[in-house]
Structures are given as structure tokens and as C-alpha cells.
Ligand binder design. Structure first.
Ligand code: HC0
Ligand code: SF4
Length: 579
């Protein structure tokens, strides 16, 4: 235990604590730019490069970076002396001297950590001039890289390498030429990038942003020939409010529906409906595989892996190509929705599939890429035409001058807008498998499931396991979020050491609530936890909480699909993977 004084306040900390963390523990915020830490998610970036967090330690001649300096007994620290502030201003001015002055039009304006810092330090003039460096950027279907705006904080590199273990981004070249890029500075879409968007989620500036498709949506909305249908992902409702200044964890489902109707969508539907449909297909597939496996059928493999997260799908296609027969063949809810909207629903409207534009609102960047995959189109007409993020929806709402906070709640349209609590919890890590268990239990045992909450499947631990009792049959379930954690489970499967019957994997830390398209969390994991709680609240408030009890899902099967895994279900709702 170590005692020290920071800005005249006494602090007691454990050995090894940095001054930055010690100050934070007593409510003193030392500004930083490269430093970011998210405890529960195993993410820490502290290259000590930017020097914005410098502080003064009594008795020491030089200023010290708070993120790299450990507390020692009796230390006296000042975090905001004139000397410190002047040093910070110099540092930030130097960074700005090699940064494009494009704040007025930058996608990150208003949420840029560099901009905020410059404002807080009162910088009105840059005293350092000279030629600015220029780097190659690129545009993929999901992510835009504008490397002139990169400040070499290395957060993207750390999250891509250490948390996601994808390893696409690293610093190349030296000195003034150095830049964070894929190997050989190739474009992201030629690399093994999964489009998880976690690099975008932690980028402090506008160097990494989502590819914005809001104009594509507006074009569709004003086209009188088109019927425009929108679907909203489970995690969006638990975060959209933040973009309008609401507390993290505020549920805005009804206001979101209302805003979408005001924007002019012809039908406002719910991806959660398709999540229920996914459970019907994936749950049945699981039970089928399990029964055959238990009967000794050697051609059947377990565990089954969930397949609804497109970044995860891209990850295993690149990294575990010999195992592409293990994940469920069920399409993701986004894609199931598109396929049903452009067949079953188009038919109900008496329209051709090309007359419909399907827009999805997702917390995710990889969904932008998923909907462009060839197998999800017929004759060049994609099942889902445009995918926008929670942040882009917020922009559309502001664009249209809608006062979000004062909107009344409205209900989704029918029939593709009705969902159960099981569909809602897809938005958080552990939710997909919990939803699957609720349905698989009843289908397998023929018994009524009294308690639908499976606490053992919930939480924020990166890797979790639980055993669920199916009336005497013990099912081992694994859960991973973050691709590095997924890799660990997959390596066990490859080595034949996996103890699991079923595994849920989500690429983003926290699951979709932590998606790369959500309002920026700026490293605050509490925000993710609040969103997670909100998701479980929405589930608890639903009258129906098991996917197979959704009356509109039942109708879809009786009117159209027949039964789960029928020929038509296979054609519309299942897919295959590529290596
Ligand atoms: Fe998700 Fe989904 S739960 S991936 O995180 O499965 O993006 O929210 O929409 O498709 O439903 C994202 C969220 C979805 C899909 C669903 C799944
Ligand atoms: Fe890495 Fe994900 Fe960013 Fe791609 S999107 S570079 S995989 S962090």
C-alpha cells in the first residue's frame, strides 16, 4: 500500500498503480490522448507516446507522463500547474501542426478527443508551421481510413492485435513516414480485417470512421417507386438515446420507432422478429445435430457455433478455414429479415422484390459488409440494401429536425415487428445462447420452462461457461465475446479438447451493445454494462419471452415456410461459408 498526495488530496493505492489511475480514483481527470484502458475487456493502451498526461512531481526536475509513472510513497503530485498546462499546450499544438484543419466537415467533429483537448486547453493559434504529412487511406464497405488524421496513438493497433487477435493493423515505416496500416499498406478490404469496427470505436480522432450511407437512405425515402422497409437491431434501442444526451442504459424503443416513422419509412419492423426466427432455425438445427450425435452418428460434429455475427463469420473463414462446417448454417437475423421481407412480405404487398428497399439500423460496422456478400442477393438485388449504424440513424434524425427527446412512443408495424424477450437479448453477450436454450429446452423435453432467466449465461467475463440441465441431460455451453476469446475456444475445438455442445460467439466486447457503430463510449465500460442491463430490462418487460411463442413467427411457418429446416427455410434462411 502506498500513500501519496495529488492536488492536495491524500490518496491510498496499491503498489504498481500509475499516477493517472490514482488521480482517477479520487475524481481528478488528467487529460490523455493515447492512453485508454478498459478493465473488463482486457484492453490497455499506454504507449506513453503523446505526452498529454504530463504532471509535476515535487522534487523532480522533469515533468512525467502520468500514464507511465508509478506512484511512490510520499509523492506529491500537481496535475494542473501553469508549467504543466503550458507543456500540454505545446504538445497539442505540435500534434495539430501536422493535422488537417477539417473540423467543420470531419465525421468525428464534436466527438473527437483531440478537438476537445484543444478546446479545453484554449488553443486558438498554432505556433508551429511546416509541411504536413500525407498518407494513403482507403474505403472498404464498412470503414473509412483517413490516415492524415491519425495521431499515432496506437489504440487501434492494440485492440486489433491484443483484444481481437486479428492483427491487421500495425505501424509501418519510420519517423515522419510512419503510419498505422495493414501489411504492405494494402487496402483494408484486401486484408483479413473482420470489419468488427473496434478500431473505429477507440480511435480518438477522425482517422477511422464508419462508411456513412445516410444519403443512400434518404435517396430511397424520396423515391416514390420504392417501398422502404426498415429493421432495427436489438442493441440499437439500448444506446440511441445517448446520442441525444440521455443517460446510458435508457431504453428508447418507442421513440426510435416514432422517429423512423417520421423519417418516412413505409414499414418500421424489428430485427428482433428475425432473431426469433433465427432461434427456430438454429435451435432446431442444434437439437437435430445433438440427437444424431448422441445416437452415435460419426458424421455429425459438435459443438455447434452461433453464426449471427458477421465479423465472427469473416474471422473463422480467414483463420479457421478447415472448420467452416461447424458453425450453424442459419443466416444472421439481419439477413433472415431481408430474405423474408423480399419474399413473404413482398408477396403480401403484391410487390416485386425489386420494389422494396430494405434498410437495417445496426450497432455494427460488419453488417454493412455482410449485406454486400454475394450469397445474400438474387440477380444482383441484395436482400438488405443498406445498413446504417446507430450513429448514422442519430444523424438522420438530427438532419430531419426531429426533436427526439419529446417524441411519443410508437409500436412497430406488423407482421415483422413483433418480437419476444428472447429476440431482444440477442443484443448482449450471452443473449443468443440464452434465447436458444429457452426454446430448445421446451422443444426437446416437451416440458414448460418456468424460469426463463439463465443467470449463469449472463455477465461481462470475456469467456464464460455454464451447464444447463435439459431434464437430466447436461448441456455444456460456452460463451466468448471479443475475437481473441473466440480464438481460444476455437483452438480447443480444433485440438479436439472442447467440452462444449454449443458455443456463442460475438466479435465485439460486450456483444452488439459494444458494436463499432454505437455512440462512442470513450473507453467507459460502465456504459456497456448499463446498455446490457437495459437489454435485460426490455426482455423482462415483454409479455412473451420465448421465440417459439411469437404468434407472428408461428403464422410465418403455417402460411409460408412450413416448418423449421423445411426446403423453403433452407433456401431462404440458411447459408454456407467460404474458405
Ligand atoms: Fe446484433 Fe444480431 S444481435 S448481430 O449483435 O444475431 O449488429 O443488436 O442485429 O443480425 O438480432 C448486431 C445487435 C443484430 C443480427 C440480431 C444477431
Ligand atoms: Fe482490426 Fe476489427 Fe479494425 Fe478490422 S475492424 S482493423 S479486425 S479492429
Amino acid at each position: 500500500i502506498i500513500k501519496l498526495i495529488i492536488d492536495d488530496k491524500p490518496v491510498v493505492v496499491e503498489q504498481g498503480t500509475t499516477i493517472l489511475e490514482a488521480a482517477k480514483s479520487i475524481g481528478i481527470k488528467i487529460p490523455s490522448l493515447c492512453y485508454m484502458k478498459m478493465d473488463d475487456l482486457n484492453f490497455e493502451n499506454k504507449p506513453g507516446g503523446c505526452r498529454v498526461c504530463v504532471i509535476e512531481v515535487e522534487g523532480r526536475r522533469n515533468l512525467a507522463p502520468a500514464c507511465k509513472t508509478e506512484c511512490t510513497e510520499g509523492m506529491v503530485v500537481k496535475t494542473h500547474t501553469v508549467r504543466v498546462i503550458n507543456a500540454r499546450r505545446t504538445v497539442v499544438e505540435l500534434i495539430l501542426s501536422d493535422h488537417p484543419a477539417e473540423c467543420l466537415t470531419c465525421a468525428k467533429s464534436g466527438e473527437c478527443e483531440l478537438q476537445e483537448l484543444a478546446q479545453n486547453l484554449g488553443i486558438r493559434e498554432i505556433h508551429y508551421t511546416g509541411e504536413q504529412s500525407h498518407y494513403k487511406g482507403d474505403q472498404s464497405p464498412a470503414i473509412i481510413r483517413e490516415m492524415d488524421k491519425c495521431i499515432m496513438c496506437r489504440r487501434c493497433e492494440t485492440i486489433c492485435n491484443e483484444v481481437q487477435t486479428v492483427g491487421v493493423l500495425s505501424a509501418v515505416n519510420r519517423g515522419f513516414e510512419s503510419v498505422v496500416a495493414p501489411a504492405f499498406e494494402m487496402d483494408l478490404d484486401h486484408s483479413v480485417c473482420t470489419y468488427c469496427g473496434q478500431c473505429v470505436a477507440v480511435c480518438p480522432t477522425g482517422a477511422l470512421t464508419e462508411r456513412d450511407y445516410t444519403w443512400k437512405v434518404i435517396e430511397a425515402l424520396v423515391d416514390p417507386q420504392k417501398t422502404v422497409v426498415v429493421q432495427t437491431a436489438p442493441a440499437v434501442r439500448a444506446a440511441l438515446g445517448e446520442a441525444f444526451g440521455m443517460e446510458p442504459g435508457t431504453l428508447v424503443t418507442g421513440k426510435m420507432v416514432s422517429a423512423l416513422k417520421k423519417l418516412g419509412f413505409d414499414y418500421v419492423f424489428d430485427t428482433d422478429f428475425a432473431a426469433d426466427l433465427t432461434i427456430m432455425e438454429e435451435g432446431t438445427e442444434f437439437l437435430d445435430r445433438l440427437t444424431r450425435y448422441l445416437d452415435g452418428d460419426k458424421s455429425v460434429k459438435l459443438p455447434i457455433l452461433t453464426s449471427c455475427c458477421p465479423a465472427w463469420v469473416k474471422f473463422f473463414e480467414h483463420q479457421f478455414p478447415e472448420m467452416i462446417d461447424i458453425p450453424s448454417t442459419a443466416k444472421s437475423p439481419q439477413q433472415m429479415f431481408g430474405a423474408i421481407a423480399k419474399s413473404y412480405f413482398a408477396k403480401k404487398l403484391n410487390k416485386k422484390r425489386e420494389d422494396l428497399v430494405v434498410v437495417s439500423v445496426m450497432p455494427c460496422l460488419a453488417k454493412k459488409y455482410e449485406c454486400t456478400r454475394e450469397e445474400f442477393a438474387i440477380n444482383g438485388d441484395a436482400d438488405v440494401n443498406v445498413s446504417i449504424t446507430t450513429r448514422e440513424l442519430a444523424r438522420l434524425i438530427r438532419n430531419a429536425n426531429i426533436d427526439f427527446a419529446s417524441l411519443d412512443d410508437e409500436d412497430f408495424d406488423q407482421p415483422l415487428g413483433e418480437s419476444t424477450g428472447a429476440g431482444v437479448i440477442f443484443g448482449t453477450t450471452g443473449g443468443v445462447i440464452e434465447a436458444a436454450v429457452r426454446t430448445a429446452y421446451e422443444l426437446h423435453t416437451g416440458k414448460h420452462l418456468e424460469k426463463v432467466e439463465f443467470e449463469e449465461l449472463r455477465g461481462m467475463e470475456g469467456l464464460r461457461k455454464a451447464t444447463v440441465d435439459f431434464d437430466g441431460m447436461k448441456l455444456n455451453i460456452g460463451i466468448a465475446h471479443g475475437l481473441g476469446n473466440a480464438r481460444k475456444l476455437l483452438e480447443d475445438v480444433r485440438a479436439g479438447k472442447s467440452e462444449f455442445h454449443a458455443i456463442e460467439i460475438m466479435a465485439c466486447p460486450g456483444g452488439c451493445i459494444g458494436g463499432g457503430g454505437q455512440p462512442y463510449h470513450h473507453g467507459n465500460v460502465d456504459i456497456l454494462k448499463k446498455r446490457q442491463k437495459a437489454i435485460y430490462r426490455e426482455d423482462a418487460g415483454k409479455a412473451i419471452r420465448k421465440s417459439h411463442e411469437n404468434p407472428f413467427i408461428q403464422e410465418l411457418y403455417s402460411e409460408f415456410l412450413g416448418r423449421p429446416l423445411s426446403d423453403l427455410s433452407h433456401e431462404l434462411l440458411h447459408t454456407h461459408y467460404f474458405n
